[in-house]
Design a protein around this ligand. Sequence first.
Ligand code: PLP
Length: 450
Amino acid sequence: ASASASASSLALPELPGFDYQPKPYKGPLADEVLQKRKKYLGPSLFYYYQKPLNIVEGKMQYLYDESGRRYLDAFAGIVTVSCGHCHPDILDAITEQSKLLQHATTIYLHHAIADYAEALASKMPGNLKVVYFVNSGTEANELAMLMARLYSGNLGMIALRNAYHGGSSNTIGLTALNTWKYPIPQGEIHHVLNPNPYRGVFGSDARHYAEDVQDHIDHGTSGKVAGFIAETIQGVGGAVELAPGYLKLVYDMVHKAGGVCIADEVQTGFGRTGSHYWGFETQGVVPDIVTMAKGIGNGLPLGAVVTTPEIASVLAQKVQFNTFGGNPVCSAGGLAVLRVLDKEKRQKHCAEVGSHMIQRLNDLQKKHDIIGDVRGRGLMVGIELVTDRKEKTPAKAETGVLFEKLRELGVLVGKGGLHGNVFRIKPPMCFTRDDADFLVDALDYAISKL
Ligand code: PLP
């Protein structure tokens, strides 16, 4: 379906052609997998589709279910499959390494971890040249928080409301979305106003939100803090881009209070925003610590913390060790990801396809009142649905209905935000303009059938 055809008609949108045949699937079917999962895996709040979806194969931006049906993956395994499912270059890199050596503790030398650390450091600005490898975003933020507290000699961390930074005992404290908050001690964490241009009380006025940070420092702490952590586009929170200029103001305040500034690039890094390689660059700041995971390994369990030699020196007092961090297979895969993103010019591609998709979504917003806000950058896009544009009443039930309908049409999107009324569009970065058109046409069609 073309952009122009869809805008005026209600023709069923068609998935773009794709030259790949999935292998015949002979494994267990959805019901059996679901029963086993219910019996043996912990309970999860995570949204299942009403009819469980058994995904058995992936190729680039597409996923295949047990019947061989193809879906457009517009969520990338929660923003993780950056280059594409089973990207051939990454497969080659991890297969080759797996055949030679799958694991070597970091007490021996292995070139993969050193080569990869060098390549990752070369992507960082300023003095951010010391790399620690971990296995997830949660672990990365744990380590960053430890560094901030040791370096500053203070405990108090500042984080944004509506943030998600992990699910471990410590990082749950940084997270500020009720869905994730277990009733456990949260440590010394101060949650400040979220500079959300759509829903925030001060609109896009970064100064007023920053004043709230200063207020917390002045009256909620001794005047000294350990650090501040934020994403530049809140991912789980619903693709909320911070008001322009906010981080610059806040970084100054935090530095004056003796703290370090941490950029959580778990979702925003590696060129996904299109305009820049790192999300923090969109706000013109250089953090003291950068944490990353998800897209860093195209699906491999990998995370990293990058900081300055000065901050890293605080960990030299004791042993800092992570058994799997920088494992040779993950390092080979991570290095291949960096190379693929460069070779295929994915940052530029994200900028082009993302701005086309945002433009089409802006047009769709004019047609459907339920679309309250379209936002984001590159291939990190949020569509917030409301039942009343003026009151911004969250259209939670409708979001659920549309979520199911999109799946029926062959599009898998993310759902989230504080009120559960935001579609999160964060596909593999090989997502094409035709894919974007199909997604918008499918959404148009689904809304028209509400
Ligand atoms: N930080 C951000 C911004 C995230 O979105 C997530 C996960 O969604 C995390 C940290 C935690 O990462 P992980 O699930 O790999 O522990």
